[in-house]
Design a protein around this ligand. Structure first.
Ligand code: AMP
Ligand code: MG
Length: 332
């Protein structure tokens, strides 16, 4: 299975890199966290200490936001139906609830019952019955969620999933930690998320590859200036196959089925990592037409849409920065 192959490739890369690399004034560290392989590269003085700080932060956030870990805040909330959350986790929850409203539930932070029903967290994949899907969908409704101070109480059966926003949040928080340390530059790859920080010493732009959703190579190259979050969502990243059909890991809250919007992947570029991550997922659910309409109405981000037919659409703010493919520009 593709995820397995990718893991092996990443593992081979990790072994070659022996965990850390020195040279050219940069330090690189690989780690596995938030269910994905991450490669963190920091340039300049004190890069080693900075990397240790980032790895610790990511590990902390992983525990804090995991839907399943019993020692984490969201895991505990999901298990007990109520929990006292830290200010940070509560702030992210409020942000996710706002993004859920803003995207008309294309981004749905209560999706965990559906995600579990299809077997994604455990790998025990299966296509559920329609009755099971309807029952799980009913549990994604968070309108009765209560927040009193820092205590959050979920509606009966509801469970939260920060999986579509947590890596973007983590990337952004790492960027803030690095910036607070002073003049430094970094490029952090957290699975399908890339966070750039600052400017390289030669002043050139960061080059970020957008993965080909149909193969192992790259579909496009993106030049990025300064501190940005570049987040890609696509069903190619995690899926299972049954009876010749492919079932991806991004779900549509309207149907309870994996989203089938005609898109193979969506990449969102924004200053804000949480926004970029949540919107890459939401736009994937919306599809090209609704997604581009959302971009026109909302603003604050740019996007690259790759359709299942292999066509590439780039919003106008990014058009000058995309190379390596033929694309249609989406006008404002
Ligand atoms: P991403 O890779 O950022 O697109 O996030 C996908 C992950 O978020 C999945 O593996 C699920 O855990 C969860 N998820 C699936 N569908 C949705 C959705 N529509 N809204 C929010 N989270 C979702
Ligand atoms: Mg996402």
């Amino acid at each position: 299975m593709k995820k397995g192959m990718l893991c092996l490739l990443c593992l081979a890369f990790c072994l070659c890199a022996c965990g850390r690399q020195r040279g050219n004034g940069k330090e690189t560290r690989e780690l596995f966290a938030m269910d994905t392989y991450m490669t963190l590269t920091v340039y300049g003085e004190g890069a080693d200490e900075a990397l240790a700080l980032l790895a610790e932060e990511i590990t902390t956030l992983e525990r804090q936001f995991s839907a399943a870990r019993e020692d984490g805040e969201i895991g505990s909330l999901n298990r007990n139906g109520t929990a006292e959350l830290s200010d940070e986790t509560l702030t992210l929850l409020r942000r996710c609830l706002a993004l859920e409203r803003q995207t008309g539930r294309a981004f749905c932070v209560g999706m965990y019952p559906v995600v579990c029903l299809w077997g994604f967290p455990t790998g025990a994949y299966r296509v559920p019955t329609e009755a099971e899907i309807q029952a799980a969908l009913a549990k994604t409704d968070l309108r009765a969620l209560q927040i009193e101070g820092n205590r959050v109480t979920l509606p009966e059966g509801a469970q939260l999933d920060f999986g579509a926003a947590a890596k973007g949040y983590a990337g952004q928080k790492c960027a803030q930690l690095l910036s607070a340390r002073g003049d430094c530059a970094a490029i952090l790859s957290l699975g399908g998320n890339v966070q750039t920080v600052g400017t390289k010493s030669d002043g050139s732009k960061w080059q970020v590859a957008v993965q080909d959703p149909f193969g192992e190579g790259y579909a496009a190259q993106l030049a990025v200036e300064g501190t940005k979050s570049i987040v890609t969502s696509g069903s190619y990243q995690r899926y299972f196959e049954q009876d010749g059909r492919r079932y991806g890991h991004i779900f549509d809250a309207q149907t309870g089925y994996p989203a089938q919007s005609g898109l193979a992947s969506v990449t969102v570029v924004a200053d804000d990592g949480t926004l970029a991550d949540a919107l890459s997922t939401a736009l994937f659910v919306m599809g090209l037409e609704k997604g581009t309409a959302f971009w026109r109405d909302t603003g604050g981000f740019e996007a690259i849409f790759i359709t299942e037919d292999g066509e590439v659409y780039v919003t106008s703010g990014l058009a000058a920065d995309v190379t390596g493919c033929t694309f249609a520009e989406v006008a404002p």
